[in-house]
Write a protein that binds this ligand. Sequence first.
Ligand SMILES: C[S@@+](CC[C@H](N)C(=O)[O-])C[C@H]1O[C@@H](n2cnc3c(N)ncnc32)[C@H](O)[C@@H]1O
Length: 364
Amino acid sequence: MKHKPNYSTSDIKDWLKHFAESECKGNAELYYKLCFEISKDDELTKIASYTKVGQPMPNIFLGAVHYLLMKNPQEELSKYYPTISQVENNSEIPIDVFKNFCQKYEQEIIDIISSKIVQTNVVNRCSYLFPIISYLVKKENKPTTILDIGTSAGLTLNFDNYEYWLNNKKVYGNGTVKIKSEIKEGKIENIEPIVVKLTKIGIDQNIITPFDIEEKLWLKALVWTDHKERFDIMDKALDSKEIEQIIFKNGSSVQDFTNIITEISKEENLIIYSTHTLYQFNQEEKNQFYKMLDELGEKRDFYFISAESIKTQLEKYKTKNTVVELTTFKNQKKKEELIAETNGHGNWVSWKQIYFANTSPIND
Ligand SMILES: C[S@@+](CC[C@H](N)C(=O)[O-])C[C@H]1O[C@@H](n2cnc3c(N)ncnc32)[C@H](O)[C@@H]1O
């Protein structure tokens, strides 16, 4: 198929530098240095300019290279990727080796970045999701439906089957998938187990099934090579048999979401959440989505948890961090609260509402 560039190379250069500074710095040193090196190269940025509109270019471009490298581990570049060669203490990915690889696989990279979408599923986002969900379920104390919009492989919906370590202290569960996070503000001593009946529904425009080898490979390729632990956890999370208890539904429009939501009994506690998904909607789609929530709030009570780094949320709460917001729709009234700030992978959480930190009762 013939593809065409969607961005200028100067836009790509700025985008890579911004991504390096805002997302990789202090979190992924290999990708941090690599992005700056790529940003200086006209040929590499030209390849990256074929990224599909609406997709986060650095993630998809680096993901495409990682994906092709996993399929071709004999290539020299593999030696520098901890997720492939198991190398430790690698301080950089040499740009000339990276460039040679990209030139050899140029057509394959372009095919991937102009057609695939970023569907990273970050299990560690449960570090803030589960305490909030546990709190809301306990508060309502009745059968609950949890609906994840943009669920990818549904891994965050499996929140109650993981083991949680907050500030190096185990606070919940036993299992092979360990969620680890630093709490920068607030305090969580334990997470209350959920005792009511839970129904979990995951919606996505493209549900990833753990049995599909290609899709699983793409999901893993989107994990940054610096994050070997996250890469290994992905396999364990995908192997979890509790995923089978999740009801997966295909849906991509507000009408699809509405059709699914209206089937849920109004007698149930309903918690809808969406993490790092709305940034993939254009402005019109975001407006329609928020309108849908407001209209639903006229008809029933529910909670909406959102974790996003989109401009409107960052400006609303005057932060550069990912905004975790809770919107409560109760008795036809709407209340929005900044619950926490975090980073993109839930490695740390600053709780802004102390009742989630088990220290004080909620004021309604
Ligand atoms: C970056 S991934 C995040 C996945 C997951 N929520 C998490 O936090 O790990 C974004 C997901 O949103 C989905 N998505 C984007 N636009 C969508 C739409 N209009 N309808 C349904 N899913 C959508 C993508 O397919 C992808 O799986």
